[in-house]
Ligand binder design. Structure first.
Ligand SMILES: C[S@@+](CC[C@H](N)C(=O)[O-])C[C@H]1O[C@@H](n2cnc3c(N)ncnc32)[C@H](O)[C@@H]1O
Length: 190
Protein backbone atom coordinates (compact mmCIF):
# COMPACT_ATOMS: atom_id res chain seq x y z
CA UNK A 1 0.00 0.00 0.00
CA UNK A 2 1.38 3.43 -0.94
CA UNK A 3 2.30 5.82 1.85
CA UNK A 4 0.30 9.03 2.01
CA UNK A 5 1.72 11.55 -0.43
CA UNK A 6 2.95 15.02 0.47
CA UNK A 7 0.17 16.49 -1.71
CA UNK A 8 -2.45 14.57 0.29
CA UNK A 9 -0.97 15.84 3.55
CA UNK A 10 -1.04 19.43 2.28
CA UNK A 11 -4.59 19.12 1.06
CA UNK A 12 -5.55 17.67 4.43
CA UNK A 13 -3.85 20.43 6.39
CA UNK A 14 -5.65 23.05 4.31
CA UNK A 15 -8.97 21.36 5.09
CA UNK A 16 -8.07 21.18 8.77
CA UNK A 17 -7.27 24.89 8.91
CA UNK A 18 -10.50 25.83 7.16
CA UNK A 19 -12.84 23.40 8.95
CA UNK A 20 -11.20 21.95 12.07
CA UNK A 21 -14.37 20.44 13.56
CA UNK A 22 -15.24 18.60 10.35
CA UNK A 23 -11.80 17.37 9.37
CA UNK A 24 -11.00 16.35 12.93
CA UNK A 25 -7.50 14.93 12.32
CA UNK A 26 -4.04 16.30 11.74
CA UNK A 27 -3.31 13.99 8.80
CA UNK A 28 -4.95 11.35 6.63
CA UNK A 29 -5.18 7.93 8.29
CA UNK A 30 -1.94 5.98 8.11
CA UNK A 31 -1.76 3.01 5.74
CA UNK A 32 -1.77 0.72 8.81
CA UNK A 33 -5.04 2.21 10.05
CA UNK A 34 -6.62 2.21 6.59
CA UNK A 35 -5.70 -1.45 6.12
CA UNK A 36 -7.09 -2.42 9.52
CA UNK A 37 -10.37 -0.62 8.76
CA UNK A 38 -10.68 -2.38 5.40
CA UNK A 39 -10.00 -5.73 7.10
CA UNK A 40 -13.32 -5.39 8.95
CA UNK A 41 -15.27 -5.69 5.68
CA UNK A 42 -16.63 -9.19 5.11
CA UNK A 43 -15.64 -10.13 1.56
CA UNK A 44 -18.20 -12.95 1.38
CA UNK A 45 -20.98 -10.37 1.30
CA UNK A 46 -22.05 -8.78 -1.97
CA UNK A 47 -23.83 -5.45 -2.32
CA UNK A 48 -22.93 -1.79 -2.03
CA UNK A 49 -20.29 -0.49 0.38
CA UNK A 50 -20.70 3.07 1.66
CA UNK A 51 -17.86 5.24 2.91
CA UNK A 52 -18.65 8.42 4.85
CA UNK A 53 -15.96 11.11 4.96
CA UNK A 54 -13.29 9.58 2.70
CA UNK A 55 -11.03 12.66 2.93
CA UNK A 56 -8.20 12.13 0.44
CA UNK A 57 -9.17 8.48 -0.14
CA UNK A 58 -6.70 6.45 1.93
CA UNK A 59 -9.39 4.12 3.26
CA UNK A 60 -11.04 3.96 -0.17
CA UNK A 61 -7.74 2.73 -1.58
CA UNK A 62 -7.36 0.16 1.21
CA UNK A 63 -10.86 -1.14 0.54
CA UNK A 64 -10.05 -1.64 -3.13
CA UNK A 65 -6.71 -3.27 -2.28
CA UNK A 66 -8.54 -5.63 0.05
CA UNK A 67 -10.71 -6.75 -2.85
CA UNK A 68 -13.83 -4.62 -2.74
CA UNK A 69 -14.62 -3.83 -6.38
CA UNK A 70 -14.47 -0.10 -6.98
CA UNK A 71 -17.88 -0.18 -8.68
CA UNK A 72 -19.44 -1.27 -5.38
CA UNK A 73 -18.19 1.82 -3.55
CA UNK A 74 -20.18 4.95 -2.79
CA UNK A 75 -18.43 7.80 -0.98
CA UNK A 76 -19.94 10.93 0.57
CA UNK A 77 -17.56 13.76 1.35
CA UNK A 78 -18.50 17.25 2.53
CA UNK A 79 -15.34 19.07 1.46
CA UNK A 80 -15.58 19.85 -2.28
CA UNK A 81 -11.81 19.64 -2.73
CA UNK A 82 -11.59 16.20 -1.11
CA UNK A 83 -14.67 15.02 -3.02
CA UNK A 84 -13.10 16.08 -6.33
CA UNK A 85 -9.83 14.39 -5.39
CA UNK A 86 -11.53 11.09 -4.50
CA UNK A 87 -13.61 11.20 -7.69
CA UNK A 88 -10.42 11.70 -9.70
CA UNK A 89 -8.48 8.97 -7.91
CA UNK A 90 -11.31 6.43 -8.11
CA UNK A 91 -13.30 7.11 -11.28
CA UNK A 92 -15.49 4.02 -10.90
CA UNK A 93 -16.55 4.95 -7.35
CA UNK A 94 -19.77 6.94 -7.01
CA UNK A 95 -18.67 10.08 -5.16
CA UNK A 96 -21.21 12.54 -3.76
CA UNK A 97 -20.29 15.90 -2.33
CA UNK A 98 -22.65 16.49 0.58
CA UNK A 99 -23.47 15.95 4.23
CA UNK A 100 -22.91 12.33 5.26
CA UNK A 101 -25.23 12.81 8.26
CA UNK A 102 -27.95 13.08 5.59
CA UNK A 103 -26.73 10.03 3.67
CA UNK A 104 -30.14 8.33 3.72
CA UNK A 105 -31.84 11.35 2.15
CA UNK A 106 -29.02 11.67 -0.39
CA UNK A 107 -29.10 8.01 -1.43
CA UNK A 108 -32.41 6.36 -0.54
CA UNK A 109 -34.23 5.58 -3.75
CA UNK A 110 -31.05 5.18 -5.75
CA UNK A 111 -29.71 2.17 -3.81
CA UNK A 112 -31.92 -0.87 -4.16
CA UNK A 113 -30.01 -3.26 -1.88
CA UNK A 114 -28.94 -3.10 1.74
CA UNK A 115 -25.28 -2.23 2.29
CA UNK A 116 -22.66 -4.92 2.86
CA UNK A 117 -20.68 -2.47 5.01
CA UNK A 118 -20.70 1.19 5.99
CA UNK A 119 -17.35 2.72 6.88
CA UNK A 120 -17.16 6.08 8.61
CA UNK A 121 -14.16 8.35 8.83
CA UNK A 122 -16.33 11.15 10.23
CA UNK A 123 -14.95 12.74 13.40
CA UNK A 124 -18.07 11.65 15.28
CA UNK A 125 -16.75 12.59 18.71
CA UNK A 126 -16.85 16.25 17.62
CA UNK A 127 -20.64 15.97 17.34
CA UNK A 128 -23.32 15.72 20.06
CA UNK A 129 -24.33 12.20 21.20
CA UNK A 130 -27.81 12.48 19.67
CA UNK A 131 -26.29 13.29 16.27
CA UNK A 132 -23.91 10.32 16.54
CA UNK A 133 -26.75 8.01 17.58
CA UNK A 134 -28.96 9.23 14.72
CA UNK A 135 -26.27 8.47 12.17
CA UNK A 136 -25.31 5.05 13.51
CA UNK A 137 -28.89 3.88 13.94
CA UNK A 138 -29.80 5.09 10.46
CA UNK A 139 -26.77 3.21 9.08
CA UNK A 140 -27.66 0.00 10.91
CA UNK A 141 -31.19 0.11 9.47
CA UNK A 142 -29.74 0.15 5.96
CA UNK A 143 -27.16 -2.60 6.39
CA UNK A 144 -27.65 -6.28 5.67
CA UNK A 145 -28.47 -8.17 8.90
CA UNK A 146 -25.27 -8.56 10.90
CA UNK A 147 -23.20 -6.44 8.48
CA UNK A 148 -20.75 -3.97 10.05
CA UNK A 149 -20.89 -0.23 10.62
CA UNK A 150 -17.18 0.54 11.02
CA UNK A 151 -16.07 3.70 12.80
CA UNK A 152 -12.57 4.73 13.72
CA UNK A 153 -11.89 7.29 16.40
CA UNK A 154 -9.17 8.61 18.67
CA UNK A 155 -11.34 8.06 21.74
CA UNK A 156 -11.02 5.24 24.24
CA UNK A 157 -14.78 4.62 24.24
CA UNK A 158 -17.22 3.96 21.40
CA UNK A 159 -19.08 6.96 19.94
CA UNK A 160 -22.31 5.70 21.50
CA UNK A 161 -22.84 2.75 23.83
CA UNK A 162 -24.56 -0.48 22.70
CA UNK A 163 -28.27 -1.14 23.28
CA UNK A 164 -30.36 -4.30 23.03
CA UNK A 165 -30.74 -3.47 19.31
CA UNK A 166 -27.03 -3.38 18.47
CA UNK A 167 -23.62 -4.42 19.73
CA UNK A 168 -20.32 -2.59 19.52
CA UNK A 169 -16.84 -4.02 19.87
CA UNK A 170 -13.37 -2.60 19.64
CA UNK A 171 -11.98 -4.49 16.67
CA UNK A 172 -8.44 -3.08 16.81
CA UNK A 173 -6.17 -0.44 18.26
CA UNK A 174 -3.67 0.96 15.80
CA UNK A 175 -0.69 2.31 17.68
CA UNK A 176 1.11 3.02 14.39
CA UNK A 177 -1.15 5.98 13.70
CA UNK A 178 -0.75 9.56 14.81
CA UNK A 179 -2.58 9.77 17.15
CA UNK A 180 -3.24 6.07 17.94
CA UNK A 181 -6.70 5.12 16.72
CA UNK A 182 -9.35 2.56 17.61
CA UNK A 183 -11.69 0.80 15.24
CA UNK A 184 -15.21 0.23 16.52
CA UNK A 185 -17.62 -2.16 14.82
CA UNK A 186 -21.37 -1.89 15.38
CA UNK A 187 -23.75 -4.67 14.33
CA UNK A 188 -27.49 -4.93 14.58
CA UNK A 189 -28.79 -7.77 16.77
CA UNK A 190 -31.95 -8.26 14.70
C1 LIG B 1 -10.85 12.47 10.24
S1 LIG B 1 -11.04 12.88 8.51
C2 LIG B 1 -10.88 11.22 7.84
C3 LIG B 1 -10.55 11.21 6.38
C4 LIG B 1 -10.23 9.81 5.82
N1 LIG B 1 -11.33 8.90 5.94
C5 LIG B 1 -9.02 9.25 6.49
O1 LIG B 1 -9.16 8.24 7.20
O2 LIG B 1 -7.91 9.78 6.31
C6 LIG B 1 -12.77 13.26 8.43
C7 LIG B 1 -13.35 13.43 7.04
O3 LIG B 1 -14.77 13.55 7.15
C8 LIG B 1 -15.20 14.63 6.34
N2 LIG B 1 -16.47 15.12 6.89
C9 LIG B 1 -16.65 15.75 8.09
N3 LIG B 1 -17.95 16.03 8.26
C10 LIG B 1 -18.59 15.55 7.18
C11 LIG B 1 -19.96 15.49 6.79
N4 LIG B 1 -20.92 16.02 7.56
N5 LIG B 1 -20.27 14.90 5.62
C12 LIG B 1 -19.30 14.34 4.83
N6 LIG B 1 -18.00 14.38 5.14
C13 LIG B 1 -17.65 14.96 6.30
C14 LIG B 1 -14.08 15.62 6.42
O4 LIG B 1 -14.13 16.58 5.37
C15 LIG B 1 -12.87 14.68 6.33
O5 LIG B 1 -12.58 14.38 5.00
Amino acid sequence: MAANTAAEHLSFLRGLLLRPKNVGAIAPSSPALAKAIAAQVDLTRSGPVLELGPGTGVVTQALIERGVAEERLIAIEYDPEFAALVAKRFPRTRVLQGDAFQFAQLLDGSIDRPYAAIISGLPLLNFPPDTRRGLIESALERLQPGAPYIQFSYGTRPSIPPTDRYTVRRAATIWLNLPPARIWVYRSTR
